[in-house]
Ligand binder design. Structure first.
Ligand SMILES: [Zn+2]
Length: 220
């Protein structure tokens, strides 16, 4: 079953925002004028609606994301917590959990991938449920974090040159019935690689690639 318990993480982030504990240190230096992120100033607080799944119901949870501004040129940067992906309402653990269950199982279909304990999570307001096409789109997004994966891999190999990760990545096979185009095949492999690299990164550096590295790579 995909991980769904992110309500605590959202609440914890909101408490940090309210106590002024969100710092710009996680952000990359300004790409326009090279000012280091520690000099960024708070620019705005944006309330974001996140979707989480609690006991098979899709529910909204709110918290603020902090935007910082470069004092050199005025460019603004959002500080994304580990559970947030730009332009996505569902939290990152939910997106990765469902996507991983599709890409990692040879016989999985999108119809089966939306199911949790043999039923599909739904919205409390109406009959709508999590759509198979949503997982298809999530995989497109996760499969495009090429720069993030590449950078994480370089760091992992620097830390442990004999790591088994390259063998693990080279072994990945996506069943042919899962794609019709080469582009889709690449996205599926990219998504699977991200899942593996993220786990190695967490085990090696005790931190998520989504706390800092992904922002440094601008979620590419
Ligand atoms: Zn700047």
């Amino acid at each position: 079953m995909p991980p769904t318990a992110t309500l605590e993480a959202i609440k914890a982030h909101q408490r940090k925002v309210e106590k002024d504990k969100i710092t710009p240190d996680n952000l990359p230096s300004c790409p326009r004028c090279s000012v280091e992120s520690q000099f960024f100033k708070i620019h705005a607080y944006r309330e974001r609606r996140f979707l989480i799944i609690i006991e098979m119901l899709i529910k909204a949870a709110y918290c603020s994301l902090v935007r910082f501004k470069c004092p050199g040129c005025g460019k603004t940067f959002t500080n994304y917590p580990d559970f947030a992906i730009p332009h996505k309402h569902y939290t990152r653990p939910i997106i990765m959990g469902f996507s991983a269950s599709y890409v990692e199982s040879e016989n999985m279909t999108y119809q089966k991938a939306v199911m949790v304990d043999s039923s599909v999570p739904g919205y409390p307001q109406n009959d709508a449920t999590l759509a198979p096409s949503t997982i298809h789109r999530w995989i497109t997004t996760l499969g495009s974090f090429t720069q993030t994966c590449r950078t994480a891999l370089i760091l992992l190999l620097q830390e442990n040159p004999v790591s088994s990760i390259c063998r693990d990545l080279a072994r990945l096979i996506i069943p042919q019935r899962k794609y019709k185009t080469n582009q889709r095949k690449k996205q599926l492999i990219g998504c699977r690689q991200l899942v593996i690299i993220k786990a190695f990164f967490q085990a090696t550096f005790k931190t998520s690639i989504f706390t800092k590295l992904a922002m440094h790579c601008a979620f590419n």
